[in-house]
Design a protein around this ligand. Structure first.
Ligand code: ADP
Ligand code: MG
Length: 734
């Protein structure tokens, strides 16, 4: 197969033989390449994959790549994959796993010659995008061509792509349509130690697939320890350990617990800047808002220091997942130079979420500041709430973080907690995500994959039975599974949407309520980062701008109004700016909407709207919301508080909401756990709609005793009486 490349035309694609027709790969036997052969190709004047002359940039990067620790083990790696289907590879962060190993496999598998691809999964979108760009540069090809990436709602690949970085969730999705992953000749599961839900499922799946596909190569890569557990799980796979090339890191603890870790982190940055020798700083914080706030403070106070202490200039760079790709690349820029000759050198300060813990390697970091927290998913099956909570990290995380300081030379890590807290309070390892998640989506996917017996699925760590039961129950209420746990027709369609099952159900039901066009927009808007911006220096103006879009009946309608206004104003960036709307988010909502629309079309779901002049326009939308989210509803008690329906959790409306009144029944998109329980993105709905959309869920034989129950009882009685008298009237007429 030539992949449209004349340089590679007429190659023999028989994988048992060698390629022998004047191509750069002549004499090479797929899956039998030696390191020397591959290196000869890398050293050539022309790129064997594109036929173009290698650029000077390529040559320069190649020199650097050859110095990476994994390079020394290229032969060993190849020998191991030639003799084993599974391989576990453990190497210190920065040793070259993510960027080099997939390339080693490309030169070995020669996937482009047999119409196959190599997948390398990442738990994080940012990592998939950023590493794909880097590897495209390293291979001297254009991103999206030979090397690409695929993340939810963004597929940057082409028919030429043979090396694909992708999120673990995307590969799982592909498996639903291609159960043996036939388009891949090798799959690399990267960052396996993170034990994300999707990676865990993929591991179980790949074990199954490999029984049927002996030609599929699987490499499991990890930054830390516990290799034994992975080896054992993969039928005693061999282990390749890449010795790190790290420098010692001195650890400092605070003598007393810090009351405000954010303030302490900022103070520590500034102290380092005035008192420590040259070297960049990496600060770990928990989320976008906190990071942006820290960056502003460090910049402001840094300016002061330059004046008062004659300190060097600072370059403060944020890093979190919702940052635009261009802005993410700034972490790789150099520290600023001294402002004049002989002046104090500048320093780069990277303020990051735990993306920088293992996913992305930033060279030049000498100082690490670790407050000891990260945002982590937690799930409480009893009250069916999944939430992101700022929680203490594990010892393993703390060690990873500290290690980031020793990449280029000896460094220092400042832990903003006491040594006692480290030894006594931090758990050894972060719990796998599968033990902390709502499994609704995963169970639906597994069912779609034909895995019926979830109890006997080969999980590395099986989820709690209660969590599994909750997921099955939820999917049954949504109609995705029948009472025997079999996937229904509806469930089949739901699985086709790359969305939470409730959102999928909402979309599928929406044609009935004559508002599928609008629901598509709402589903898209709920799948992208917040479209309303609220900069701290202009909160009032931002709130006033948002009020222009506000709908009294709720936040979903407000989102829709803003989206429509964006369209009416021709997606104008100036208009977005003036109205405190995040244009990037709106653009990506547009893109998401298009993709969801295609799923609707391919499942023959009608795209219709109620005319805007019709008084039911907004009501229909609210009814469609209720048809998907009937399990996320709260009831206003006589006391004036809201209790979630069935689970009776006390919740408050999130202050960001637009409702101008307190509806008796309220539907929410998100349960936010902080010091209080909040419900966010809320809409006023009616009990009748709920009873109509999901009678089985509101069935009183399975409903706790509470005010909401009594309201339902009354409503059901009223309905029954009306039906009864209608029947009588009919009879009388006859
Ligand atoms: P690992 O996966 O083992 O943690 P990587 O393969 O991600 O390591 O990175 C190896 C090295 O490649 C890094 O130490 C860094 O020097 C270099 N590197 C990776 N990404 C980039 C980038 N975007 N820009 C510059 N250098 C990079
Ligand atoms: Mg890596």
């Amino acid at each position: 197969m030539s992949n449209g490349n004349p340089y590679l035309a007429h190659l023999d694609s028989d994988k048992s033989g060698s390629y022998n027709n004047g191509s750069p790969f002549e004499g090479m036997v797929p899956r039998k390449t030696t390191a020397a052969q591959a290196e000869a190709l890398e050293n050539a004047t022309h790129n064997p994959f594109t036929g173009k002359a290698f650029s000077a940039k390529y040559q320069k990067i190649l020199q650097g790549r050859r110095k990476l620790p994994v390079h020394a083990q290229r032969s060993e790696f190849l020998e191991m994959v030639h003799s084993h289907q599974f391989l576990v590879l453990v190497g210190e962060t920065g040793s070259g796993k993510t960027t080099q190993i997939p390339q080693f496999l490309c030169y070995d598998e020669l996937p482009h010659l047999k119409g196959k691809q190599i997948a390398c999964t990442q738990p994080r979108r940012v990592a998939a995008m950023s590493v794909a760009q880097r590897v495209a540069d390293e291979m001297d090809v254009q991103l999206g061509q030979e090397v690409g990436y695929n993340i939810r709602f963004e597929d940057n690949t082409s028919p030429k792509t043979f090396l694909k970085y992708m999120t673990d969730g995307m590969l799982l999705r592909e498996a639903m349509n291609d159960p043996v992953l036939s388009r891949y000749s090798a799959v690399i599961l990267d960052e396996a130690h993170e034990r994300t839900l999707n990676t865990d499922i993929l591991m179980g799946l790949l074990k199954e697939i490999c029984k049927r596909r002996k030609d599929l190569q699987v490499v499991v890569m990890s930054a830390t320890l516990d290799a034994g557990k992975f080896q054992k799980y993969f039928d005693n796979a061999p282990l390749l350990t890449v010795p790190g090339r790290t420098f010692p890191v001195e650890i400092y603890y605070t003598p007393e617990p810090e009351r405000d870790y954010l303030e302490a982190a900022i103070r520590t940055v500034l102290q380092i800047h005035v008192s420590e020798p040259e070297g960049d700083v990496l600060v770990f914080l928990t989320g976008e808002e906190e990071i942006e706030q820290a960056c502003r403070k460090i910049e402001a106070e840094g300016d002061q220091l330059i004046r008062s202490h004659n300190a060097g200039p600072l370059k403060v760079v944020p890093l979190y997942s919702t940052l635009p790709p261009q802005a993410q690349q700034r972490i790789f820029e150099d520290a600023p130079p001294a402002r004049r000759e002989g002046g104090r050198p500048g320093r780069k300060i990277v303020v990051s979420t735990n993306i920088a813990e293992t996913s992305l390697t930033i060279d030049g970091i000498v100082y690490v500041i670790d407050p000891g927290f990260a945002k982590q998913k937690v799930y409480n099956p009893r009250i069916r709430v999944e939430s992101l909570l700022v929680s203490p990290i594990s010892k393993a995380s703390a060690q990873q973080r500290a290690g980031r300081a020793g990449r280029t030379r000896p460094g220092k890590a400042f832990r903003l907690y006491t040594e006692g807290a480290f030894t006594k309070e931090l758990i050894e390892q972060t719990y796998p995500e599968i033990l902390r998640s709502n499994l609704g989506t995963v169970v639906l996917q597994l069912k779609k994959l034909g895995i019926d017996d979830l109890v006997h699925f080969d999980f590395m760590d099986p989820p709690a039975p209660e969590t599994l039961m909750r997921a099955l129950e939820m999917l049954n209420y949504l109609g995705a599974l029948d009472d025997d746990g079999e996937l229904t027709n509806l469930g089949n369609i739901m699985a086709a949407f790359p969305l939470d099952p409730q959102l999928a159900k909402m979309l599928i039901e929406s044609p009935k309520y004559r508002c599928s066009n609008e629901m598509l927009s709402i589903a898209a808007l709920l799948s992208v980062p917040q479209i309303f911006t609220r900069p701290p220096e202009a909160r009032k103006q931002a709130d006033a701008a948002k009020a222009e879009f506000a709908h009294n009946d709720g936040d979903h309608l407000t989102l829709l109004n803003a989206y429509h206004a964006y369209k009416i104003n021709q997606e104008d960036s100036r208009w977005c700016w003036d109205n405190f709307l995040n244009q990037r988010s709106l653009k990506s909502a547009d893109n998401v909407r298009n993709q969801l629309k295609r799923v609707m079309e391919s499942n023959d779901l009608d795209l219709i709207s109620t005319p805007f002049e019709d008084r039911h326009y907004y009501t229909n939308i609210r009814m469609a919301l209720a048809a998907g989210f009937f399990m996320q509803v709260a009831h206003l008690e006589r006391s004036g508080h809201y209790l979630t329906v069935k689970d009776n959790q006390l919740v408050q409306l999130h202050p960001s909401g637009c409702l101008d009144h307190k509806p008796e029944w309220i539907l929410y998109n998100e349960f936010v756990l902080t010091t209080r329980n909040y419900i966010r993105t809320c809409t006023d709905i009616k009990l009748d709609w709920l009873l109509e959309a999901a009678p089985h869920y509101f069935d009183l034989s399975n409903f706790p005793n509470c005010e909401a129950r009594r309201k339902i009882e009354r409503a059901v009685n009223r309905r029954d009486r009306v039906e009864e008298s209608n029947k009588k009237a009919k009879k009388a007429r006859r």
